[in-house]
Design a protein around this ligand. Sequence first.
Ligand code: IPM
Ligand code: MG
Length: 372
Amino acid sequence: MFKIAVLPGDGIGPEVVAEGIKVLDVLSENYSVKFDYQEFEINSERYLRTGDLLTDDDVEQLKKFDTIFLGAIGDDRIKPGVLEKGILLALRFSFDQYINHRPAPLWKPFGRLKRDMDFNIDVFRENTEDYYIGAGGRISNGKGTIDLRVKRQLYDLKARLEVNADAADDYAFEIGMMSRRNIDRFADFVIDNVKMFGEKHITVVDKANVCSNIYGLWREVWTEKCRKAGIDLGFMYVDAMSMALVKNPDKFRVIATPNMFGDILTDLLAEVTGGLGLAPGGNINPQGISMFEPVHGSAPKYRGMDRINPVATILATKMMLDNLGRRDLGQVINDGVRTVFDQGIYTQDLGGTAKTHEVGDAVVEAIRRSKK
Ligand code: IPM
Ligand code: MG
């Protein structure tokens, strides 16, 4: 029995999560697996009603589960950053999910590139540091002090920035930070995956030619780790990487990236594979509780219209099962999605006419029929 905490979230989140649950349920009909779901209202509605984002009590409750299944967080009525940092990033940080795994296989025939090619990329995005640490602030009149605090399971870091500028202007800071131990454990995880895939090469992204402090440390760790593991390593600057992913994605297999660049590159790459509607992600803590979600956001303007593509979320349940040690069932879901596409059933974003719930139903049917 797997205990799943379900956080439908905002916008179209609840609709796509419902399709994911349908798919999990058909597995427990046909295979030896059981799921126990509990839904949590951790979203914009609750915030507007009570002022609560992710609370300590939420975290305590969520600790009782094997895994977390998240729809999407985001609401136009609330200033950018409040829900993102207060809920989504807070979840990733609280559960120390230091890896964000975003597979990006080409889903034929939906790929957006003109040239016929094949590729299957796995992106591993560092998920708790970099420019995402929320350390920064503003000062006015050129003078002031900013107190910074970064609290993680690996450390509790305090820093103070004294600013004294000779021009009395407003200044804003956003500070990036990486720690050796975190890069170290992240690299270990990625290298294990490279080996599991039977690969020998990894592409590591950064902007070490400009942000040479933060990505200098990053490179140092990667170089050492790959040397020891016998993995062949290539560094790419993020600008060149963006170009290469559009020009020849077939040259890449495993990509490791810092948090911020990973955010950007995975949207870009999702589009190349066929669109955000196909892109799932796993926020992974190999020793703890992981969380699975579609890469796309809450898309409030499509809410309740039954037209959003549920496949990203269905594939997030596949990643969840892989993570829970049931790769056999993960494969069943993946095959189910493939079958449905081959039957010509897909949503508008992919050029089809199927509704959200029809795609979910079709995947359920395909899984039922595939059971021997
Ligand atoms: C993502 C999203 C989030 C991120 C936002 C909503 C905070 O864009 O999961 O890619 O930047 O990580
Ligand atoms: Mg993003």
